[in-house]
Design a protein around this ligand. Structure first.
Ligand SMILES: [Zn+2]
Length: 161
């Protein structure tokens, strides 16, 4: 894992993580490498390489237009921060999904029918969940009914009460 100090023509400085020097050059060539502040792809490498990241498993660059605050300073995350953030985002997402599932009524395989009734005000408005086919979900969307596919959440049943 290599860490380079990078800069755009407007002298925004930021760090990029790369598997190797070749990887860095390849990303520069393809124009994937962009300044997180101004989005310029005319990126040059600064002379010093301050440190080598500890993790060698992932291939990261600073994401576009993220990790910046309002003043334009760049916040560079270490790979450790990255995995912690990912875990937090995942936990928040699962909690949100469980809350949503807990608040919705399980209508099982009658989902599409019930969703239409609610949409056409033939049934009380509420959140429902259940099973339907992909085709049916598409048809519901075409009718302007908001449906969302949810991932299977293994621990869900234990958190219902
Ligand atoms: Zn820039």
């Amino acid at each position: 894992m290599k860490v380079y100090n990078l800069a755009c023509p407007l002298d925004h400085r930021f760090e990029g993580w790369f598997a190797s020097e070749e990887d860095c050059l390849a990303q520069q060539d393809k124009g994937i490498l962009a300044c997180p502040v101004c989005d310029s792809t005319d990126i040059s490498r600064m002379p010093s390489a301050p440190h080598i990241a500890k993790s060698s498993s992932t291939d990261l660059t600073v994401p576009k237009a993220e990790n910046t605050n309002l003043s334009g300073d760049v916040v560079a995350l270490t790979s450790n921060d990255h995995s912690q953030l990912e875990a937090q985002v995942q936990a928040a997402f699962l909690k949100g999904m469980r809350d949503l599932m807990g608040r919705s009524e399980d209508v099982g395989s009658g989902f599409a029918e019930e969703a239409r009734k609610i949409h056409y005000k033939e049934a009380p408005e509420r959140s429902i969940r259940g099973q339907t086919t992909l085709d049916e979900a598409e048809a519901l969307r075409d009718e302007g009914i908001e449906v969302m596919a949810v991932p299977f959440i293994p621990a869900f049943k234990n958190t219902l009460q």
